[in-house]
Design a binder for this molecule. Structure first.
Ligand SMILES: NC(=O)c1ccc[n+]([C@@H]2O[C@H](COP(=O)([O-])OP(=O)(O)OC[C@H]3O[C@@H](n4cnc5c(N)ncnc54)[C@H](OP(=O)(O)O)[C@@H]3O)[C@@H](O)[C@H]2O)c1
Length: 224
């Protein structure tokens, strides 16, 4: 599973006054779209969807054509992650021409019972959120390559679950301050060891690509 995110120099995901806005460049959007084009499915948090209203749909005819030539559906499955299942059915997301899925709880799934809004609805049968069960259900549906697009709560919980294998991080030349949403809002405990695969400056941004490994003893302790 690969996460693709943009952060400010102080590790924030969005401006506190415009939490729905992208803060990275047009080049970053192209980079993000190329990563999304390689995925079977895209995973994102409910807050990100509530603020932005739409999913990151592929727009490049070249990338869509390449998927079709490779025997893939033109668009990856768009999976929203919401424990509550409390999503406004009037969001533009539900009118986008994309396949949709919901990862949720029993209570969240009940909200959407009988609805055709989602092509898939996966939920755990335990009260606590269990990524290994949920990711197992997603894999059983034939979805191998997952791209995680944030926000921070989703990303952090997948790091805690040791589920992220690779991270693309675009570092943007901004300092957004304490009120801005953070890349890692949850206690991390032992951080994965991050091996740098590539680093490329493009204008004032830096594109970092890491491989994560969760072998005991290699990580760094993060204070929470
Ligand atoms: N810079 C970037 O690359 C980037 C990318 C994406 C988003 N963002 C920004 O990040 C901000 C949102 O981030 P965020 O951390 O506040 O929210 P988030 O991760 O987008 O969404 C959090 C919500 O998702 C559900 N959720 C996520 N992980 C869960 C888990 N492990 N268990 C149960 N439910 C889970 C819950 O939904 P319910 O409340 O429905 O239960 C939770 O309240 C926005 O400002 C957005 O624009 C930036």
């Amino acid at each position: 599973m690969t996460a693709i995110l943009a952060v400010s120099l102080d590790g924030k995901l969005a401006k506190p006054t415009a939490r729905e806005e992208r803060m990275a460049s047009a080049y970053d959007f192209q980079h993000l779209e190329e990563q999304v084009a390689q995925a079977d499915a895209v995973l994102f948090g409910a807050t990100t969807l509530r603020l932005g209203g739409t999913a990151m749909r592929l727009q490049s005819p070249t990338l869509i054509a390449a998927r079709v030539r490779a025997g893939q559906p033109p668009q990856p499955l768009q999976i929203v992650c919401s424990a509550s299942g409390d999503l406004d059915p009037e969001l533009p997301f539900f009118r986008q021409p994309i396949p949709r899925a919901l990862v949720t709880t029993v209570a969240g799934a009940q909200r959407w019972q009988g609805s055709a809004a989602f092509d898939y609805c996966w939920f755990g049968d335990r009260p606590d959120w269990d990524w290994s069960d949920l990711l197992g259900q997603i894999a059983a549906a034939g979805i191998q390559r997952l791209a995680v697009l944030g926000g921070g709560q989703l990303f952090a919980s997948l790091v805690q679950a040791q589920a992220i294998d690779e991270l693309w991080l675009t570092v943007c030349p901004l300092l957004l301050g304490a009120a801005a949403p953070s890349l890692m809002p949850l206690a991390a405990g032992s951080s994965p060891y991050m091996r740098l695969l590539s680093a490329a400056p493009v204008a004032d941004e830096v594109y970092l690509h890491y491989r994560l490994s969760y072998d005991e003893g290699k990580g760094t302790i993060i204070d929470s």
